[in-house]
Ligand binder design. Structure first.
Ligand code: NAD
Length: 499
C-alpha cells in the first residue's frame, strides 16, 4: 500500500502565489492595497496578498479584449481549443495534491475531500468541455433553393467570472470550461479567501497552452474588483456564483453600464421531503450529510428536512447519528470527517443563526450555540453539525440561507403541506424527495419550485446535466452543453443564391 501523505509536513512549505495574471505575464498589481488571507484551520496568517483595483481591472480587460480581437484563441479550430482544455485537465490531476492542500489551507475543507471530490470535479469539467469542443454543429435551416441560411454561434467576447470560496476551483472550472471552449477571453476574480488555488489553476492553464491574454486573473475585494468588472464598458458577459445580494448588484451594475449579460447562480434553502414508506435511514442520513457536507457551505445543501409526522422521530434519530459522525477535525488529518468554516466572521454568523433559532422556539438536538474545539487549534473556525427540531415555517432559520452545518427539521401532516413548506422560501435551487411511491415521487418533483430535483438520492449528477436554480436562486445554469450557450451569440447569415 502506498504510504499516506503527511499533509501537515507539506503544509509548512506550500507555495502561495500572489501576483496577478495579465496578458500571459505574472505582474504586480497597480493598486497599493493588501489583504490578509487567514487559514481557518488554525487562525494563522497564510500570506498578505496584494489586491487589485479598477486600474488592474482595466489592464486585465484590455488584455482579454486584445486576445479576443486578434483571434489567437477565438480563431483557433474548436478541436485545437478542446485539446488545450483536455491537457489542462491532465495537469490538474498531476497537481491534485498541491491544489488540494492549497484549497484546504485557504478555506478549511478536509484535504481528502479537496483532492478526491473537488479536484476530480475540476478535471472532469475541463476534460468534458475539451471533449465537446468540436461536437456542436451550427445550423442551416431549409430556407429555400434561392438562399443559403446559416445560424452560427459566435463567442460573446470578454467574459468576467466572479466566483465564491466554498468550492473555489469547481466553481471556477464551471465558468472557465464553457466560456473558454466557446472562444471567449476571460478575466477571473476569485473570492478574497481563495486567491492562491485560483492562481495555481491559471498557471496550469498557461502550461496547457492557453495563449497569453486569454485567461487573466485579478484577485481583489468584491466591492472593488468585482464591481469594476460588473460596471466595465468592455466586458460582454458576467458569470457569477455567490450570494443573492451580490447577484442582484451585478444586475444593477449591468443596467447602469453597458447592459452586459449577467448569469447569476445564487444561494439556496433546499428542502428534503421525506414521505412515509421511504427508506428512512437512507433518506435521513443522506439529507443530514447533505446539510453538513463541506461544513454546510454548499448552495444546494439540504438544510431543511420536511418530514411527515408519522416518521419524524425515526428521521431525527438517524439525522442525529449522522451529525455525530461528521464532527469537525483538523482538515489536514486523513480521517477528518469535516473541517473548518471559511472564517471566524462566518463562524460568528452561523452561530448567530443557531442562537436566533433557539430564541424563536427551535429545539437544539445536536450541536451547540458555541464554537467546537479541535485539539491543537484553539483559533480555528469549527462548528459542530447541528440538528434543530421543532422548526416552524417562517422562522428565520427556516427562511434564510445559513451556509453552515445546520439542519432544520420541520414536521408536516400531508404531502400537500410538504410541498407548500418546501416551496415557501425565496429560493429555488434544489430539492429532494424520498418515497417508494412512484406517483408521489412524480407529483412532488413536478411541483417543486427548484432547478434540480433529486428522487431518493442527493447531490447526484455529472457534467452532462445542468446545475442552477429558479426564483431567488438566480437563473444561470452551470455544466452541460447548455452552459456554453450563455457565452455565445446567435448569428444569422443569409445568402442569396443566384439562379
Ligand atoms: P459573495 O456573494 O459574498 O461573494 C461571491 C463573489 O462575489 C466573491 O468573489 C466576492 O468577492 C464577490 N463580491 C462580493 N461583493 C461584491 C460586490 N459588491 N460587487 C461585486 N462582487 C462582489 O458570496 P460568498 O460568501 O463568497 O459565497 C456564498 C454564496 O454563494 C452563498 O449564497 C451560496 O449559496 C452561493 N453559491 C451558489 C452556488 C450556485 O451554484 N448556485 C454555488 C456556490 C455558492
Amino acid at each position: 500500500m502506498p504510504s499516506e501523505i503527511d499533509w501537515i509536513e507539506k503544509a509548512a512549505s506550500v507555495r502561495l502565489p500572489a501576483r496577478h495574471l495579465v496578458g500571459g505575464d505574472w505582474v504586480d498589481p497597480l493598486a497599493d492595497d493588501t489583504f490578509d488571507v487567514i487559514s481557518p484551520r488554525d487562525g494563522a496568517l497564510l500570506k498578505r496578498v496584494p489586491h487589485g483595483d479598477a486600474h488592474d481591472v482595466d489592464r486585465a480587460v484590455a488584455s482579454a479584449r486584445a486576445a479576443f480581437n486578434d483571434r489567437r484563441w477565438s480563431g483557433m479550430r474548436p478541436a485545437a481549443r478542446g485539446a488545450v482544455l483536455r491537457r489542462w485537465a491532465e495537469l490538474v490531476q498531476e497537481h491534485a495534491e498541491d491544489l488540494a492542500l492549497t484549497i484546504s489551507l485557504e478555506m478549511g475543507k478536509p484535504v481528502r475531500e479537496a483532492k478526491n471530490v473537488e479536484l476530480r470535479a475540476v478535471a472532469n469539467c475541463l476534460r468534458w468541455y475539451g471533449e465537446i469542443a468540436d461536437k456542436r454543429p451550427d445550423e442551416s435551416p431549409a430556407a429555400g433553393d434561392d438562399v443559403l441560411a446559416l445560424i452560427t454561434r459566435e463567442p460573446a467576447g470578454v467574459v468576467a467570472a466572479v466566483v465564491p470560496w466554498n468550492f473555489p476551483l469547481t466553481m471556477t472550472a464551471w465558468k472557465l470550461g464553457p466560456s473558454l471552449v466557446a472562444g471567449n477571453s476571460v478575466v477571473l476574480k476569485p473570492a478574497e479567501q481563495t486567491p492562491f488555488s485560483a492562481l495555481k489553476l491559471a498557471e496550469l492553464g498557461l502550461e496547457a497552452g492557453l495563449p497569453a491574454g486569454v485567461l487573466n486573473v485579478v484577485p481583489g475585494r468584491g466591492d472593488v474588483v468585482g464591481q469594476a468588472l460588473g460596471r466595465h464598458m468592455d466586458v460582454d458577459v458576467v458569470t457569477f456564483t455567490g450570494s443573492p445580494a451580490v447577484g442582484r448588484a451585478f444586475l444593477r451594475y449591468s443596467g447602469e453600464s453597458n447592459g452586459k449579460r449577467v448569469w447569476p447562480e445564487l444561494g439556496g434553502k433546499s428542502a428534503s421531503v421525506i414521505l412515509p414508506g421511504a427508506d428512512i435511514e437512507k433518506a435521513a442520513r443522506a439529507s443530514a450529510a447533505g446539510s453538513f457536507y463541506n461544513q454546510g457551505q454548499m448552495c444546494s445543501a439540504s438544510s431543511r428536512v420536511v418530514v411527515h409526522r408519522d416518521i419524524a422521530d425515526e428521521v431525527l434519530h438517524f439525522a442525529r447519528l449522522q451529525a455525530r459522525e461528521m464532527a469537525p477535525a483538523d482538515p489536514l488529518l486523513h480521517d477528518a470527517p469535516s473541517g473548518a468554516l471559511v472564517s471566524e466572521q462566518h463562524l460568528q454568523r452561523v452561530l448567530g443563526y443557531v442562537r436566533t433559532a433557539v430564541e424563536e422556539g427551535a429545539e437544539l438536538l445536536e450541536g451547540s450555540t458555541g464554537r467546537h474545539s479541535v485539539d491543537g487549534h484553539p483559533n480555528g473556525s469549527y462548528v459542530a453539525p447541528t440538528v434543530l427540531g421543532g422548526v416552524k415555517p417562517g422562522m428565520t432559520i427556516e427562511q434564510e440561507e445559513v451556509f453552515g452545518p445546520v439542519l432544520s427539521v420541520i414536521t408536516v401532516d400531508s404531502e400537500e403541506e410538504a410541498i407548500r413548506v418546501a416551496n415557501g422560501t425565496q429560493y429555488g435551487l434544489a430539492a429532494s424527495v424520498w418515497t417508494r411511491d412512484l406517483s408521489a415521487a412524480t407529483r412532488v418533483s413536478r411541483r417543486m419550485q427548484a432547478g434540480i430535483v433529486w428522487v431518493n438520492c442527493f447531490e447526484e449528477g455529472d457534467m452532462t446535466v445542468p446545475f442552477g436554480g429558479v426564483k431567488g436562486s438566480g437563473f444561470g445554469r452551470d455544466k452541460s452543453a447548455h452552459a456554453i450557450d450563455k457565452f455565445t451569440d446567435l448569428k444569422t447569415i443569409w445568402m442569396e443564391v443566384e439562379p
